[in-house]
Structures are given as C-alpha cells and as structure tokens.
Design a protein around this ligand. Structure first.
Ligand SMILES: O=C(O)CNC(=O)[C@H](CS)NC(=O)CCC(=O)C(=O)O
Length: 272
C-alpha cells in the first residue's frame, strides 16, 4: 500500500496551512499514494489561546476539514488529518485536538480526541500546558478500512503503551501517531518510543510530524517516521518539509507476529 506522510511547518494562519497541505496532498496523489497522512494540529500551531479562539471553528463548519474531505474524494484516496484544533462549545472554552480518518468517498470514517495531554516542564526555558487549551478525549478508536484496522493516537499518546496495546488487541495492524514533537524530547525519545510501540504490538506505526520553527517560541522535531511491525525504520522524513513515501507490505504484520507472538502472551499476575 503506497503511503505518504506529509511533513511541514504549521503557523498561526489556518488558511495558509490549508493551502500548504492541499498542495502536498495533490503531490502525494500524483506520486500514487493511496493513503496520505498529515501531522498533529495541521490547521494551526499557535501559543496564543486568544488567537485560536478568534480563528478556529467548530467541526461542523471548519473549512479545513471540508476541504480535506473534498480532496480525498476528488483524488480518491484515504486521508488521515493528524489532527485539527477545533472549538468544542465547552463552557471552559477549551478546544479539541481531534484526528480524522477520511475515506476516498470523502466520508469521515473515524475521529479521535487526543487522550493524554502534554503538561510538561522539560527545562527552565521549555514548558507545555496542553490541558489549558485542550480538553482531553476519553475514547480509544479503531477504524475498519480496506487495509485492515487502523488505531488512532496523537503525539504524546505514544508514551502510554497500554493505549497501543488496547488498539492492537482490538485488531489494529496499523497505528497512526501524528505529532508536533518538541525538539529536545524528539532527539532523546521520538524514534525509540515509536520503534518500541511497533515491536511490542507487531504493528506498522505511521507518524507524520511537524518540523522547523513554527513561531517565535515554538519549534518541532520533524523526522516523520514509518516503522515496520518488526521495528525497522522504513522511512525518516528528516528535518525539512516534504513528503515521505513508502510502500507498505501489510503481510509483514502476520510475519512479525508469527516470529514473536508476544501480543498473545499477556498474562494476568498479582502485585506489586
Ligand atoms: O499545542 C498545540 O496546539 C497542539 N499540541 C501539541 O503540539 C502537543 C502539546 S504541546 N505536543 C505534544 O504532545 C508533543 C509531545 C512531546 O514532545 C513529547 O512527548 O515529548
């Protein structure tokens, strides 16, 4: 299955981000991709909640989502919008960080709200408080497609192996992990986390990532990653914007799981 991961640098203007993504989706389609994935918060990366409040939409009238549905249908491909920041109507004004899987008919086949919030102080200069702006999801999601079952996660979720375990146990053979990873933790952890999640569950991991300088106070790690169920890095998108194409052999899932069937070897135990 020809799969394309879109890597770019989202800024504060959703319309500009949409133009960038649309062009790259078209390029990916021209290269023969059947499944195209975009990073976390493809529509906006902003550190100002006020600005987000001013320019974001609810799901029902979001122009980014509408355009992606049109493009998926026009180009006849599966599309994962890694996520969109969307208004929720919640009284506390928090947004959703929501991933969408769209069919080649332009239908929304699944959506997933990021469960784990990145509330972290990495060092004196770098702190994140995602839960101040975003309302965490409470529902894990697996979608049925012609390529098999796809489990949806977002970014920081990759540090919670039990979520990936649940998705794999529910039949997922591909797990998506779109990201806007921090450069510091990216260097230290990104590839190890994703390879571990692939190996321990015998799944393909598809992780389209934001890259570069997103704003005066925000940068992202890049290195969009495709990992095989055996843990091999099949592609790494590097530091710069671009499209990473890979041809997935879905039979690798069965081959890996037969060699090491650890997914079937979970045991109940007492303690500690
Ligand atoms: O801020 C937004 O608008 C959208 N959300 C994000 O970019 C989120 C929260 S700041 N980024 C991550 O989860 C990175 C996780 C990470 O870097 C790690 O786990 O080390």
């Amino acid at each position: 299955m020809k799969t394309a991961l879109i890597q770019f640098t989202a800024g504060e203007d959703p319309a500009a981000n949409l133009e960038t993504v649309r062009q790259m989706v078209r390029d990916a389609a021209r290269s023969g991709a059947a499944f195209v994935l975009t990073p976390e918060v493809s529509n906006i990366l902003s550190s100002s909640r006020r600005h987000q409040q001013a320019v974001l939409y609810h799901e029902a009238d979001d122009p980014f989502l509408a355009a992606m549905r049109e493009d998926a249908a026009a180009l006849g491909l599966w599309l994962l919008i890694g996520s969109l920041a969307l208004k929720t109507g919640d009284s506390d004004g928090r947004f959703a960080n929501r991933s969408f899987l769209i069919s080649p008919e332009g239908e929304i086949m699944a959506h997933y709200d990021k469960i784990h919030m990145f509330d972290v102080e990495i060092d004196e200069t770098e702190t994140y408080r995602e839960s101040a702006a975003y309302r965490p999801g409470t529902q894990a999601v697996v979608a049925d497609t012609q390529f098999g079952k796809i489990g949806l996660t977002i970014c920081y979720d990759m540090r919670f192996p039990h979520l990936f375990r649940k998705l794999a146990k529910a039949g997922a053979t591909i797990i998506t992990a779109p990201a806007a990873f921090s450069p510091v933790t990216g260097k230290a952890h990104w590839q190890s986390l994703l390879r571990a999640r692939a190996i321990e569950n015998g799944v393909f991991i598809l992780a389209p990532a934001q890259c570069g300088q997103n704003g005066p106070t925000r940068a992202t790690h890049g290195h969009s990653l495709v990992v095989s169920p055996w843990g091999e890095v099949l592609a790494d998108g590097g530091d710069a914007p671009g499209i990473t194409m890979v041809d997935l052999d879905l039979a690798d899932v069965g081959r890996s799981r037969r060699r090491v069937p650890s997914l079937d070897h979970d045991r109940e135990f007492e303690g500690p």
